[in-house]
Design a protein around this ligand. Sequence first.
Ligand SMILES: Cc1cc2nc3c(=O)[nH]c(=O)nc-3n(C[C@H](O)[C@H](O)[C@H](O)COP(=O)(O)O)c2cc1C
Length: 326
Amino acid sequence: MRIGRLTLENPTIMAPLAGITDLPWRLMARAGGCALVCSEMISANGLCHASRKTLKMLDSRAAEKPLSVQLFGSDAAIVADAARMVEDAGADLVDINFGCAVKKILKTGSGAALMREPGRAAALLTAVRRAVRLPLTIKMRSGWDAGGAQALEIARIAEDCGVDAVCVHPRSASQGFRGRADWSVIRRVKDALAVPVIGNGDIVRPADALRMLRDTGCDAVMIGRAAVGNPWIFSQVLACLKGAPVEAVDLKRRIAGMRAYVEACIAYYGERHACRMLRSRLGWFVKGLPHAARFRESIKHLDSGQEALQRIFGYGKQLRRIEAQN
Ligand SMILES: Cc1cc2nc3c(=O)[nH]c(=O)nc-3n(C[C@H](O)[C@H](O)[C@H](O)COP(=O)(O)O)c2cc1C
């Protein structure tokens, strides 16, 4: 699949998730097999005001490439300036957020608020298109209200403005994350556009990805929540696409992944900060497994990398014992 000048090695993408898809997580997702990772959404205003915390969100490493950096904002000139900064920082793609439905973001006219202002959306995308040579994408919802008509309108505008691909998460802004994603909206957008369309929403199991590709005709799938703590879902989707058997994630792989994540977090954030984050983040990897609650409890006060590795080792031993008994 191609997005502008960028060729993806397979049709799976890790979704942008605020508070989750930082550099350490993106390295995990790439190792899990996806072809493209996305930053958390980054404030265009924050970048232009050179906020240190926001600038740090542009950090990247060769091992995670290609990287898509997602911006949110509502002022065309500011978002265009921020896109230039993203290009200068070495990102491979710039994405504009048309989907965030959090009140604080909507109030500023950013995110899904852009979907009900086609004129402003067009001005913003035109300014960004002029500002950068990077492949440009947008990620949107089905619209402000259910139905999908706004998705079609905005998708056509985006294509006319020179956007290279459109990602659709077919829930309305008022829906938040409730109810089910209406994949028929992805199909309608795909039928209407010449540029590639990325489908997103409610892929829970590898077979769902196959179903989305088949039922909507989309060019690639983007996976969010189901990949958190389970980056191996991407290689399972790829096996599924080849018609090969989908192998369950064995214990050895899971434990090695958790250790790698601890190491990546410490390398990036330093031990103190990383441990504070890992107190909740390591819990992602044990969702639904035996004694998960006990493991989560055991890491609540984590304060060294050594301790994190010991807890993971201990938990692995416990699981091996259970496996041996069954
Ligand atoms: C915790 C969380 C954070 C999110 N952050 C972003 C974000 O920064 N940018 C964005 O475009 N979408 C964001 N989303 C939406 C996801 O990218 C995705 O569209 C949504 O979760 C549906 O896909 P899924 O069913 O595979 O999770 C977020 C979703 C969640 C649950």
